[in-house]
Design a protein around this ligand. Structure first.
Ligand code: COA
Length: 246
């Protein structure tokens, strides 16, 4: 992955300027060795040493591509070089931009899994993203951890095949919400209630603010992935931009 192609950077810059939530995606396995090396060179020493801690090569590659894509995207929006982008962890653990490195109020979040990387970017709006493989298997105990009583009841009426898709979609939606809020999976996600058919929040549980203060989106991507995005704003549009590889 060379620094973002011009068409990609232009689309991203225009959508961001219109106030849209920008969701970027990329398949890390499609990246050449040369471009992976370039991505690696754009990371900080700390990011490089975190990358080395992954046990599986696919996770190592996804991590590197996710963080390089983030740096390249911020660089395209803010007009700084990728290595100037400084990131720190907020008290709750959520990564955020250091505003002395970039003056544009960019909020971001990223998610990486085997062979899929997603980065969400928004202007001054807290955002969260999660992507999971649709064939991910959940242990039966997860139902209690994940689902509100209403969701568990609604999912129990579906066929077995539709149930497993509904669990993944719900998982990504709730994880995107708790990543947008910065709380992460420390909070009781079964107190959150989401509509199954529409991506809509009906009860916010441990999340700050009422359900109407949040916007959520979800979808599937070729290759067997489910994704969700959540933003702490009552109204917004989402633009999906991807996939690129050399
Ligand atoms: C943050 C969390 C939701 C990530 O879940 P995940 O499915 O493993 O990973 P994803 O790829 O979707 O997202 C990881 C990215 O989320 C971001 N992230 C980390 N903490 C975050 C937080 N509190 N809020 C929002 N985003 C966060 C990071 O960018 C991270 O990627 P990085 O480590 O490469 O920088 C989860 O690890 C968590 O809640 N951690 C904090 C609480 C905890 O440790 N609980 C024990 C596990 S149940």
């Amino acid at each position: 992955m060379t620094p973002l192609p011009t068409w990609f950077a232009n689309n991203l810059g225009a959508a961001f300027a219109r106030g849209q939530i920008c969701l970027l995606y990329c398949h890390p396995t499609q990246i050449s060795d040369g471009d992976l090396e370039l991505c690696h060179s754009q990371l900080t020493d700390e990011e490089r040493s975190r990358a080395m801690k992954f046990r599986y090569y696919a996770d190592y590659v996804s991590y590197i591509v996710a963080h390089a894509l983030l740096r390249q995207s911020v660089s395209a929006i803010a007009g700084v070089t990728p290595d100037c982008v400084k990131i720190r962890r907020a008290q709750n653990g959520k990564p955020e931009l250091l505003q002395d490195s970039v003056t544009t109020p960019i909020r971001f979040n990223l998610s990486h899994t085997e062979d899929m990387v997603m980065v969400a970017l928004a202007r001054d709006v807290e955002v969260g993203v999660d992507v999971e493989r649709l064939d991910r298997k959940f242990a039966p105990e997860i139902v209690e951890y994940l689902c509100s009583a209403e969701e568990a009841q609604e999912i129990s009426l579906l066929s077995t095949q539709h149930q497993s898709v509904a669990y993944i979609e719900l998982w990504t939606l709730k994880e995107a919400l708790v990543k947008a809020s910065g709380q992460g999976l420390r909070v009781r996600i079964n107190e959150i209630y989401c509509a199954l058919n529409l991506p809509r929040l009906l009860r916010s549980g441990p999340l700050p603010e009422r359900p109407t203060a949040w916007s959520v989106w979800r979808g599937h991507l070729a290759g067997g992935f489910a994704w969700s995005v959540a933003a702490r704003t009552p109204q917004a549009e989402l633009t999906l931009i991807g996939a690129f590889a050399s």
